[in-house]
Design a binder for this molecule. Structure first.
Ligand SMILES: C[S@@+](CC[C@H](N)C(=O)[O-])C[C@H]1O[C@@H](n2cnc3c(N)ncnc32)[C@H](O)[C@@H]1O
Length: 306
């Protein structure tokens, strides 16, 4: 109830700065995603972390620490050891911080990465120059044709599969490039409610939060699992880590709250800054409440190719 009230108030505060319909009607196709990541090249470093680990920390003790941003990397490391892996692919490798971190620890393992954002990849290319076993490249994760069948022991993706509106195709491609018994590790957010059962405020807030991150919309976890069933993957492990992402989200919420607290100033600032940057404030403002309301969930999903 308290969260519902907070959400209503937040939507009202957002409407004092932005035209809600304009945000909701934004077309977030591949071109816009690329523009979004180009524009946010510097802001992401300024407002998130300088370590280039551009995603949620998993704070199991409820307190945010930089080290919490390495949970996905640690999961990949565990599977490299378990499988005695020699080749790993990161989908949406972005700035390459995770692959670079793991690659330094496993110099004999080859790490490949694809991403559609040249802005993000520039950071990854710089890291790749420092070591001999990380190979980031331009590429869309819906089409992994640059890789042969059964090349990798492990494929992983952190907070990026949510951008896909055809996850079945990604699953099929990943299955093709994985060796038998290979592992697909996914860290990502999902809608946790039937879209038809969202309250009108939840409906507006989810659309706003998603467009703010250049997304079309979060798919429900159930719908994603239906797609998994149609492939040759089995779920090896899954964990709902929503509550552990709250400390990272609180950090974004704090900054965004400051922005929306002064609507006149916020409106002036917004006039001069690109929408792909300034709409981030909306996602930062709403995501934490939506996670606390269980409207969104954050899941670790580990699939095994049979
Ligand atoms: C929130 S960031 C995730 C961070 C990234 N995993 C990292 O470590 O920096 C989302 C990333 O997904 C990438 N992305 C979105 N759609 C993609 C696609 N179809 N194929 C490959 N990368 C994609 C974006 O360019 C962006 O770098």
């Amino acid at each position: 109830m308290q969260n519902q009230k907070a959400l209503k108030q937040k939507i009202e505060n957002i409407s004092n700065v932005f035209e809600i319909n304009k945000v909701i009607n934004l077309k977030t196709n591949k071109k816009y995603i690329q523009k979004y990541y180009k524009i946010n090249k510097i802001p992401y470093s300024l407002f998130h972390t300088k370590t280039d680990l551009m995603y949620m920390g998993v704070s199991r003790d409820g307190i945010y620490k930089e080290d919490d941003l390495l949970e996905a990397a640690r999961t990949v490391e565990k599977y490299i050891k378990k499988l005695n892996g020699t080749a790993v692919l990161e989908l949406a490798t972005g700035r390459g911080a995770s692959s670079f971190h793991i690659a330094q620890k496993f110099p004999k393992v080859k790490f490949y990465g694809v991403d559609i954002s040249k802005g993000q990849l520039d950071f990854a290319y710089k890291k790749a120059k420092k070591i001999n076993n990380y190979y980031p490249n331009f590429g869309d994760y819906h089409d992994l044709s640059q890789f042969e069948n059964e090349t990798f022991d492990i494929v992983f993706v952190i907070e990026a599969l949510c951008y896909s509106i055809n996850k079945y195709q990604v699953l099929t491609e990943v299955s093709r490039v994985l060796k038998k018994d290979g592992i697909f590790i996914i860290f990502d957010g999902y809608l946790n409610k039937n879209p038809k059962q969202l309250t009108s405020d939840e409906k507006i807030a989810t659309q706003l939060a998603e467009k703010g991150m250049a997304m079309d919309k979060f798919e429900t976890y159930e719908s994603f699992k239906e797609k998994i069933k149609k492939t040759n993957f089995n779920i090896d492990f899954e964990e709902n880590i929503s509550q552990f992402t709250i400390p990272t989200m609180k950090r974004f919420e704090k900054k965004a709250t400051l922005f929306f607290k002064h609507p006149h100033v916020a409106k002036i600032i917004s006039k001069f800054l690109p929408k792909a940057f300034i709409y981030n404030t909306i996602s930062g403002y709403l995501s934490c409440t939506l996670m606390q309301m269980n409207t969104y969930h954050y899941m670790i999903t580990i699939l095994k190719k049979e």
